[in-house]
Design a protein around this ligand. Structure first.
Ligand SMILES: Cc1ncc(COP(=O)(O)O)c(C=O)c1O
Length: 243
């Protein structure tokens, strides 16, 4: 994230701050240290508000946001249409659970289907839940075939999340070691070695999981010859692809 001072940046208006009882960065960071489990190392900056691709700290300093809340704020901060839609929905009905229907879920799913070319969506709250779901879908698929498969082929330098299943297909030992034993049956191959992939994928491989562009691994696109090898291995063995 690149930080820059901007003389035009306005500090948060007093009405925006009415809800805040902690006004200094030291207050906020101290309260977090006391009351939030310390599983993430944060940069010592307290952001109070955002606008478009900018964030503003408590002193009104402006920062160019090159992270977008790790993708969550990809429509920009304080996007007026998004804020209005969230506000309108919250004032109609907040949550119905999966026990009932709601008019919008199927509408969003059909839009996603027409954009992706895939028939169905599964809604969840985070990347790691999406990965957990796909690992379970793969198990379930092979179970339903009456020929269970357990093996998963993943890639060195991959990152798929921090829950137990996702961690099992995440490469870096720094994340994995404290939580062993993880889900068994995972084989890691180098992301640029088609021969290693061909050797690892067999008729007992349930799925290959791959980031088309590795993120934490260094923003590295998967090489074209590796993508072709994945395609061939899936076609040859019936292995599912999670990407
Ligand atoms: C490729 C990939 N998969 C999964 C995740 C986990 O997503 P989340 O943090 O929303 O659980 C991340 C997070 O950075 C990711 O980069």
């Amino acid at each position: 994230m690149r930080r820059e001072r901007e003389s035009r940046a306005r500090p948060a208006a007093p009405e925006d701050r009415d809800h805040m009882t902690m006004t200094t960065a030291t207050d906020v960071i101290g309260a977090e240290a006391a009351h939030i489990l310390q599983v993430y190392r944060r940069a010592p900056v307290v952001f109070e508000r955002g606008h478009g691709c900018r964030l503003f700290d408590q002193a009104g300093r402006s920062y160019l946001d090159l992270i977008s809340g790790v993708g969550v704020a990809s429509l920009g901060h304080a996007n007026p249409k998004l804020a209005a839609a969230i506000g309108a929905q919250a004032s109609e009905v907040l949550h119905t659970s999966n026990l009932f229907f709601h008019p919008l879920q199927a509408e969003v799913a059909s839009r996603l289907a027409s954009l992706s070319g895939l028939p169905r969506a599964f809604f969840c709250n985070s990347g790691t839940e999406a990965v957990e779901a796909t690992l379970k879908f793969a198990r379930r698929y092979w179970h339903a075939q009456g020929a269970p498969r357990e093996g998963i082929v993943a890639f060195e330098h991959s990152f798929h999340g921090r829950t137990l299943g996702s961690l099992s297909v995440t490469w870096d030992d720094h994340y994995r070691a404290p939580f062993a034993p993880l889900v068994p049956g995972v084989t890691f191959v180098p992301p640029d070695d088609p021969a290693a992939l061909r050797a690892a994928v067999t008729s007992s491989t349930s799925a290959i999981i791959v980031e088309p562009i590795q993120g934490e691994g260094g923003v590295r696109p998967i090489p074209a010859r590796m993508a072709a090898a994945i395609n061939e291995a899936c076609a040859k063995t019936g292995t599912l692809l999670i990407a």
